[in-house]
Design a protein around this ligand. Structure first.
Ligand SMILES: [Zn+2]
Ligand SMILES: [Zn+2]
Length: 113
């Protein structure tokens, strides 16, 4: 089955995070590593990372170790996953109350056994 990957994910040397630089309206996101926080992420020295997105048909092979439900945050551009301890995490964009999954796909990261 084809696995669809999405590139333009970049590493930010200011916050050490991964964010999506291909968003039409907010390509620089909001970085927690700027002063004041919430400035642009930096892709200097970053590679072009590709993340696994949707699969067709839905789902990965059962023998593939992967973790789903990672989301892109349209406010800060970052990649995040909800946990029971911190369901929305902390979003560095000023004036927000946690990350948002609105408009995001369901990203899957490969995991080691
Ligand atoms: Zn950053
Ligand atoms: Zn966010």
């Amino acid at each position: 089955m084809p696995i669809i990957a999405q590139h333009k994910w970049r590493w930010c040397g200011q916050c050490q995070g991964l964010w999506y630089s291909g968003a039409t309206g907010n390509p620089n996101g909001a970085c927690p590593g700027t002063h004041p926080a919430g400035g642009a992420h930096s892709k200097a020295s970053s590679g072009d990372y590709a993340l696994f997105g949707e699969t067709q048909p839905a789902g990965f092979p059962a023998n593939l170790l992967a973790q789903q439900n990672w989301h892109w945050c349209s406010q800060c551009g970052g990649l995040w996953i909800a946990t029971s301890a911190s369901p929305k995490g902390f979003c560095p964009k000023p004036g927000t109350n946690g990350h948002t999954e609105a408009g995001s796909g369901n990203y899957t990261l490969l995991a080691e056994p």
